[in-house]
Design a protein around this ligand. Structure first.
Ligand SMILES: NC(=O)c1ccc[n+]([C@@H]2O[C@H](COP(=O)([O-])OP(=O)(O)OC[C@H]3O[C@@H](n4cnc5c(N)ncnc54)[C@H](OP(=O)(O)O)[C@@H]3O)[C@@H](O)[C@H]2O)c1
Length: 332
């Protein structure tokens, strides 16, 4: 993978199918737009189908504008190939329903981009009883990866899982006693909860890289950096001043959405398969020693499988747990 903001010059076949979660706005929108404009079929996995459809309409318009401008590298099709499916990652039933509908559609899958995310939101427990950042950013995506993996393995082609993590994962450690976070809410720290969900994505990447060794499926994390999106709307309750201060700083100094999305687009489409666990600005980058700790990774893996047991198909559960059994945890 190269190290700049330019779009990889590749032509993608319509048969190459890419799923992007949280595709209706922000980095997910930008990622979807450019991958679709390079020719692949993109499925927008959104919690609001209506917002997903609006995004498709907007992308199609922007495609015609890019063609008029003579932008290099666009596919030769008249219309882009996109579809919208409903997915709410804060509900394990919704995530499981998405998987079932996807499998029933008979589609193959080549690239799964786990992009959707919430950040710094007030304390909230999901319908499944988990802390919101933990579930929407990490746990729901883990279920998606585990359940869709067989589809990618079955096609035998170059398949990729990309987890959109963050440099914010550097802000926290791993607490073996409180994997989900600190409760009660009087001690709730939204930065730590967000950071932890992003740390867990890096740890998942390491564990899944071991699971997938020698297979046609690769997995990596990407860090977009500071990007000017609506990501901090979770801080809405902090008031007008906080929100506008952030917007001014973001406008003045943050990456544009295109600049932020390019690391994900690259990992998804670059003919050089991403072979490092974590990328920033399209190059392998530093990630915390905590995220690299194999003992912590195994503990998280076991905890995650316990949370997901009622929602996973038994054959997937057995495969992932027997993979854990083959490893040892250091209890010293
Ligand atoms: N912006 C940055 O500076 C930055 C930096 C590092 C990493 N990131 C990561 O980049 C990713 C995208 O962030 P962004 O900046 O583009 O944020 P954004 O503009 O707020 O977009 C977030 C997307 O995730 C979706 N989403 C949120 N909760 C969901 C749920 N429960 N189920 C399904 N979809 C859900 C949102 O859907 P709705 O429109 O329905 O809310 C939206 O499409 C996140 O994972 C974030 O952690 C961002």
């Amino acid at each position: 993978m190269g190290g700049d903001y330019s779009l990889p010059m590749v032509t993608l076949s319509r048969d190459r199918i890419v799923v992007v979660t949280g595709a209706n706005r922000g980095l997910g929108y930008e990622t979807t737009k450019w991958i679709a404009m390079l020719g692949a079929t993109v499925i927008l996995a959104c919690r609001s189908v209506e917002n997903g459809r609006k995004a498709v309409e907007k992308i199609n318009k922007e495609f015609q504008e890019e063609k008029k401008k003579g932008t290099q590298g666009l596919c030769n099709y008249d219309h882009l190939s996109m579809d919208v499916m409903e997915l709410d990652l804060s509900s394990l039933s919704s995530t499981r329903k998405f998987v079932k509908e996807y499998r029933d559609s008979g589609r193959s899958l080549h690239v799964l981009i786990c992009n959707a995310g919430v950040a710094m939101c007030p304390p909230e427990i999901t319908e499944d009883g988990y802390e919101m950042h933990f579930q929407a950013n990490y746990l729901g995506h883990f279920l998606l990866c585990a359940e869709l993996l067989p589809l990618m393995e079955a096609n035998g082609e170059d398949c990729r899982i990309i987890l959109v993590s963050s440099f914010m994962h550097l802000n926290c450690g791993f607490d073996t006693k409180r994997i989900q976070g600190i409760f009660p809410y009087t001690l709730y720290n939204r930065i730590i909860h967000y950071s932890r969900s992003k740390l867990y994505q890096v740890m998942q990447t390491y564990s899944m890289r071991r699971l997938l060794e020698g297979s046609n499926v690769s997995i990596c994390c990407v860090n977009p950096g500071w990007v000017h999106t609506d990501i901090i709307r979770g801080l809405g309750d902090y008031g007008f001043l906080m929100n506008w201060s952030y917007r001014i700083v973001a406008w003045a100094g943050f990456k544009t959405m295109y600049q932020g999305a390019i690391v994900t687009i690259n990992a998804a489409v670059n003919p050089d398969k991403p072979d490092s666990p974590y990328y920033t600005n399209n190059v392998p980058a530093y990630h915390s020693s905590t995220s690299r700790d194999e003992d912590y990774q195994k503990r998280l893996w076991i905890y995650t499988l316990e949370c997901l047991k009622p929602f996973m198909r038994s054959e997937i559960w057995s495969r992932l747990t027997s993979f854990t059994m083959a490893t040892e945890i250091d209890d010293s």
